[in-house]
Design a protein around this ligand. Structure first.
Ligand code: GDP
Length: 547
């Protein structure tokens, strides 16, 4: 149970910024780190000076690959909060990364491009958050862009995502005319008067917006009353709730995932990010407000681990990273108890006792060595040799329990790989196996007869990036063969088919044999066919249709 000493947890927010590529996740994250004082310059994203995307390929491609956890501080109503930002990738190829970050966060900010509304890819990210029961606030970004429309995002959330939007803000001007934001809950306006977004003039709601905003506030109170009985009673009696009562009801509805507060801004133009941070504190849950993580004992019984620094230790490893300076970093979220440096833990997934070396908290521009990580905290452990993604860490000597783990999907694409220089064969093997250790969806195998090495992963881009890393980090230049693909498909009925295919392309014929056996999965989870492919890529049209 949470004790008095666990009061610190009410000042914690573990959040992810979920968005599909290009919606502005990197810019928004960077601005958050700037306003929370962790970055001292605002650089254009990807300029390498001030960005979370620290890997070269990420900068080049504009994709966030690593699920790093970064700690920031934010002051709200005179109280200091710790906001841990768990980086969630937006590219569909990195589903596993999205999955494991969803697992360790308590709430998310879903970023949309206001000029595009809800795009098919943003829908995928939203459904993933649904699957993990993650409460969310929505941020209509790029309000400065031509075609930007706050209403479009709000309507799309209702119609395309089937969720109940609760707009808590309204933009003053849109597109190139975007000047500021009205807080509908408090009926205040915020006008931005400098480029850095640090000079903000607070005022009343300008008369030109008064009617519109009053109407929206009424709708907001009604939406809040739907999820809060006390507010409903007041509403029925014609009583106006106080700001605190309205915030509390919206918070409750958001945590219960019944409503989704919608905000707006322009990260690039530095408008709305501080108000977004306020909303993270106001509406997203602290670790005490989400269901306790559960584990399964050896006898099948379920054990709950409520968030408490004094409880039994329960932590989940969610990311392994090779670090050029300190070696292997294991990112963990501690759910219960306290993880202390220099102590032993038991890795229940691997059935191994392991020693915890040093512990680090990652800030945007520095690392902080700490003696312990308490329940609700995230950080990196140096010194764990065997822990892999999804492994459960519990107290040494404690009753054996496995936490709900992370589903690791099967790879969907494979290709042959060989070093350009034969002498690099061994170096390639070492590099590939290290990369595979970091990334459970990346597999390496070598045919014992032909000696041919094959790599498998979640998509062409995924493998391309790993081949690129092999070159940069292990200095092995490699040639790869044509990809063989297992298609991802969402099906509604079981499939069990087998057939031959022939394909002519560019004068070359490809022949193959495909075997598909599949069970339906929950909607939105995507799907991987179990197949056997000989001789190249199976074109989609040759895959027998699901019945
Ligand atoms: P990510 O792929 O989601 O991380 O998106 P980025 O943050 O890299 O942004 C993608 C592109 O959109 C970049 O060219 C940004 O400069 C641009 N961008 C981000 N936020 C805004 C914004 O608020 N307004 C406009 N006009 N462009 C933005």
């Amino acid at each position: 149970m949470a004790t008095k000493t666990d009061a610190y947890l009410t000042h914690f927010r573990n959040i992810g910024i979920a968005a599909h590529i290009d919606a502005g996740k990197t810019t928004t994250t960077e601005r958050i780190l700037y306003y929370t004082g962790r970055l001292h310059t605002i650089g254009e994203v990807h300029d390498g000076a001030a960005t979370m995307d620290w890997m070269e390929q990420e900068r080049e491609r504009g994709i966030t690959i690593t699920a790093a956890a970064t700690t920031a501080k934010w002051t709200r109503s005179g109280q200091e909060y710790t906001v841990n930002i768990i980086d969630t990738p937006g590219h569909v190829d990195f589903t596993i990364e999205v999955e494991r970050s969803m697992r360790v966060l308590d709430g998310a900010v879903a970023v949309f491009d206001a000029s595009q509304g809800v795009e098919p890819q943003s829908e995928t990210v939203w459904r993933q958050a649904d699957r993990y029961g993650v409460p969310r606030i929505a941020f209509a970004n790029k309000m400065d862009k031509t075609g930007a429309s706050f209403e479009l995002v709000v309507n799309d959330i209702r119609e395309r995502l089937g969720a109940i939007p609760a707009p808590v803000q309204y933009p003053m001007g849109q597109e190139s005319d975007f000047k500021g934001i009205i807080d509908i809950v408090r009926m205040r306006s915020y006008t931005y008067t400098n480029d850095l977004g640090t000079d903000i003039v607070e005022g009343d709601v300008p008369t030109e917006y008064a009617d519109k905003v009053a109407e929206m506030r009424q709708a907001l109170i009604e939406a809040a009353a739907e999820v809060d009985e006390e507010l409903m009673m007041m509403y029925l009696e014609g009583e106006e709730p106080s700001v605190e009562q309205l915030v509390a009801a919206l918070r409750k509805g958001t945590i219960e995932k019944k409503i989704f507060p919608v905000l707006c801004g322009s990260s690039l133009k530095n408008k709305g990010v501080q108000l977004l941070l306020d909303a993270v504190i106001d509406y997203l849950p602290n670790p005490l407000e989400v269901p306790a993580i559960r584990g399964t004992k050896e006898n099948g019984e379920v054990k709950e681990f409520p968030a408490s620094a004094e409880g039994d230790l329960a932590a989940l490893a969610f990311k392994i990273m090779a670090d050029p300076y300190v070696g292997r970093l294991t990112f963990v979220r501690v759910y219960s108890g306290t993880l202390k440096s220099g102590t032993y833990v038991y890795n229940a997934s691997k059935d191994k006792r392991e020693r915890v070396g040093r512990l680090l908290k990652m800030h945007a521009n520095h690392r902080e060595e700490v003696a312990e990580l308490k329940a609700g905290e995230l950080g990196a452990v140096i010194g764990l040799k065997d822990a892999g993604t999804g492994n459960t860490l519990i107290g040494d000597g404690d009753e054996h329990v496995l936490l709900e783990s992370i589903d690791i999907p099967e790879p969907v694409i494979k290709l042959a790989i060989e070093p350009k220089t034969k002498a690099d064969q061994e170096k390639m093997g070492v590099g590939l196996s290290r990369l595979a250790e970091e990334d459970p969806t990346f597999r390496v195998s070598t045919d014992p007869e032909s000696g041919q090495t094959t790599i498998e992963g979640m998509g062409e881009l995924h493998l391309e990036i790993l081949v690129d890393r092999l070159k940069r980090e292990y200095k092995v230049d490699a040639n790869v063969g044509a990809p063989q693909v297992a298609y991802r498909e969402t099906i509604t009925k079981p499939v069990d088919v087998e057939g031959k295919f022939v394909r002519q392309s560019g004068g070359r014929g490809q022949f193959g044999h495909v075997k598909i056996k599949a069970e339906p999965m929950p909607p939105g989870s995507g799907f991987v066919f179990e197949n056997a492919v000989v001789g190249g890529t199976v074109p989609r049209e040759y895959i027998p249709a699901a019945q």
